[in-house]
Design a binder for this molecule. Structure first.
Ligand code: IPD
Ligand code: CA
Ligand code: CA
Length: 257
């Protein structure tokens, strides 16, 4: 199955690559939440290919998702373009993210950045790979030596009450080596899997943003949890991922006492 899914993601990725730095039809879902004709087209092509190969498996994809998600059934989670703002601005941190889940458990994760030619893959209990080579999380054990990835919800502009987000950001800025906001949750998780980031946290994400990256990070030896430290499920408001070693310290710093 994984090789079929990789081929399908590559088809989607080719469309992204062909349109990178080209004129796009950009629309706003809200004041800073963008969607392009390419998001819709990649989603259509990937969904058609999945339907053809795996007709009985449900697909939950960002641009056509319904509200009633039945997570018990086998399901594909698809984000056709994770990093749409990057895509629109020509920042090359953009990926197709596709995951296969059965009974709420990740079985396969694929995150493909066609611009940087980075293909992250993982299958449950089989390790995580970047372009076919095994990857592992970092061995950083202290917050002061760590690089932390994060992101912010689009609603930050309208919300007016972002104290929690800003306070948490401040705590991490003051306790880590630095923060990166690279603009793709899927790739942030993969960069933690690859040992570039030592940890990552964010709020307000959807299943298609993190489903694939979560398996890839876990299979690279990392840990993913809710902010309380318990198991992360897609209904949790905050996700925390790390190399495992700094996990509790990261949670400590994110939490505001
Ligand atoms: C977004 C990216 C971003 C994260 C946003 C997501 P999109 O997904 O993953 O890094 O901070 O909250 O919604 O809109 O580019 O698919
Ligand atoms: Ca996304
Ligand atoms: Ca998207």
């Amino acid at each position: 199955m994984i090789s079929d899914l990789v081929s399908i993601c590559k088809k989607g990725g080719d469309i992204i690559k062909d349109n990178f730095n080209k004129k796009l039809d950009v629309k706003k879902k809200s004041s800073i939440d963008l969607v392009t004709d390419v998001d819709y087209f990649v989603e259509k092509v990937v969904k058609e290919e999945l339907d053809r190969k795996f007709p009985s498996i449900e697909i939950i994809a960002e641009e056509s998702a319904l509200d009633n998600i039945e997570e018990e059934k086998p399901v594909f989670y698809l984000d056709p373009v994770d990093g749409t703002t990057n895509f629109v601005h020509g920042f090359p941190f953009v990926a197709v993210s596709l995951a296969y889940y059965v009974k709420n458990r990740g079985e396969i994760g694929i995150v493909y950045n066609p611009i940087m030619e980075e293909l992250f893959t993982a299958e449950r209990s089989n390790g995580a790979f970047l372009n076919g080579k095994a990857i592992k999380v970092s061995s950083t054990g202290e917050m002061v030596n760590s690089l932390i990835g994060t992101g912010f919800p689009y609603s930050i502009v309208e919300s007016g009450d972002n104290e929690v987000i800003i306070q948490r950001l401040r705590n991490i800025l003051e306790s880590s080596r630095g923060i990166r906001r690279a603009g793709s949750a899927a790739l942030d998780l993969c960069y933690t899997a690859k040992g570039v980031f030592d940890g990552y946290y964010e709020s307000g994400l959807k299943p298609w943003d993190v489903a694939a990256g979560k398996i890839i990070l876990e299979e690279a030896g990392g840990h993913v949890s809710s902010l309380g430290g318990g198991e992360y499920d897609f209904n949790e408001p905050w996700i925390v991922g790390s190399n495992g070693l700094i996990h509790d310290h990261l949670i400590d710093k994110i939490n505001i006492s």
